[in-house]
Design a protein around this ligand. Structure first.
Ligand code: IMP
Length: 427
């Protein structure tokens, strides 16, 4: 059985948690392949709401093996408290597997993330402040600390000292902060070793064996396509590759093993942090989308910026991820609008542009060209099939599908686990 990838098609927060959880019944492994606790997934099961940051959403399904792949950056304190929180609510987390090659977020990464943002002033990225960027920077600079390092005191000592050599200079001399003593970091991280040891695994081998045994492996991306460090709105991006290609490197699976790439697409658009957003609404409609859609960050508690659906972005997501399907989420949030505008193209310097401009300045100048679709007032939450949807909602979905370039195979009509219309099965 092949692997499937689930990727955010916009700027993250499209509702991946719900999609992964929905698939939980038909998959055997759920793997996170990039990002860290900058992500935030909300999963609603019955009257219980679970907010996950670092753990794969599959952790809530009893028959799934959740895996944290080598491409993820892990804050061990956060990981352990997330596990303890689930255990207290009766969720068994013992099946979790963690790659020894995943990098660790340390206190100096968190501190640097915050002070660098402060120094950037108006040019700030609006990061989550969780130390994600500095940890990936150390990985690429080859001075990172990996999960496997905490099992060897002398290696950990050497690596932390090496990493802190220049960072402490920066913290003290440039950012006017106190130096971080290497011993404190080493002591804290050695203390995590016994707790993390039971989860440690050669995850690429485990996944290869699983695929050979016909198991279904779901690779779950954090953030979204437009936050990808290569394909997003750089520099207003996260420091990893949420796009489908990142699933291969971040999980250690070859591209030939993947035959389905599902893009999670919200029926409107949101973004947190700084950066361009052509369809952003700074009026009462934007406020209404935020209120009705509950658009507040699970991780940071920040209000999300809201706007109408942008088909240019959806088409781009189809292209750079090779999407085979879309999961359209939060269609119910649009109930009650008389007209629903959809951005079908941009106007840039007086010209109509159908594709996402690769030039950053062009994207900053892009003005949305809208087409209006008639709205609906009926409650969608009880709809079980596409034909149960009001005619105008059906037409809206069909138009989005046509403009976005891949079939919409599932539609979210409410936050609950079963408030979903499945059109084509994913597995
Ligand atoms: P970082 O990932 O904390 O470095 O933040 C970089 C950018 O990505 C900021 O604009 C964040 O708001 C955004 N970001 C990071 N994680 C998420 C997410 O899970 N959803 C939406 N935006 C995110």
């Amino acid at each position: 059985m092949p692997a499937l990838v689930l990727v955010g098609a916009q700027w993250g927060d499209e509702g991946k948690g719900k999609a992964t959880d929905l698939l939980g019944g038909s998959v055997d492994y759920v793997v996170r392949y990039q990002g860290g606790n900058n992500a935030g997934h909300t999963v609603v099961i019955g009257d219980q709401k679970y907010a996950l940051h670092l753990l794969p959403s599959g952790i809530l399904s009893p028959n799934v093996v959740p895996v944290i792949g080598n491409g993820v950056v892990i804050d061990p304190g956060v990981l352990l408290s997330e596990l303890a929180g689930l255990n207290e609510r009766g969720i068994d987390t013992s099946k979790l597997l963690i790659s020894g090659n995943a990098h660790l977020i340390t206190p100096y990464h968190r501190t640097l993330d915050k002070v660098v943002e402060r120094f950037l002033g108006k040019r700030k990225i609006g990061t989550t402040g969780r130390g994600i960027g500095p940890t990936y920077a150390d990985k690429i600079n080859r001075v990172g600390i990996r999960v496997q390092d905490i099992f060897d005191e002398s290696i950990l000592q050497q690596k932390v000292e090496a990493a802190l050599q220049d960072k402490n200079q920066l913290l003290v001399k440039l950012y006017n902060r106190r130096a971080i003593p290497a011993e404190l970091v080493v002591e804290e991280y050695l203390g995590y070793a016994d707790k993390l040891r039971p989860f440690l695994a050669d995850t690429t081998l485990v996944l290869d064996e699983a695929l050979k045994a016909n198991k279904v492996v779901l690779l779950e991306g954090g953030q979204g396509t437009l936050l990808d460090v290569d394909h997003g709105t750089y520099p207003f991006v996260t420091s990893s590759n949420p796009t489908a290609g990142g699933a291969c490197t971040g999980a250690g699976i070859g591209p030939t093993k993947i035959d389905r790439v599902i893009g999670i697409l919200k029926a409107y658009t949101t973004r947190v942090g700084s950066g361009p957003f052509p369809t952003e609404l700074l009026d009462a409609d934007g406020e209404a989308l935020r209120r009705i859609g509950g658009e507040r960050g699970v991780t940071t508690g920040r209000d999300r910026r809201c706007g109408w659906f942008d088909a240019v972005i959806a088409r781009y997501a189809t292209r750079v991820n090779g999407l085979t399907d879309f999961f359209l989420t939060k269609l119910d949030v649009l109930t009650g609008w008389e007209q629903i505008p959809v951005c079908v193209a941009y106007e840039i310097d007086g010209k109509r542009v159908e594709e996402l401009p690769y030039n950053q300045s062009d994207f900053h100048h892009a003005k949305p060209i809208y087409e209006n679709f008639p709205g609906w007032t009926e409650d969608l939450s009880k709809a079980q099939s596409f034909s149960d949807l009001p005619k105008n909602a059906q037409a809206y979905v069909k138009a989005l599908e046509e403009m976005s370039g891949a079939p919409i195979s599932a539609i979210g009509v409410g936050p609950g686990r079963y408030e979903t219309i499945q059109i084509n099965s994913f597995v």
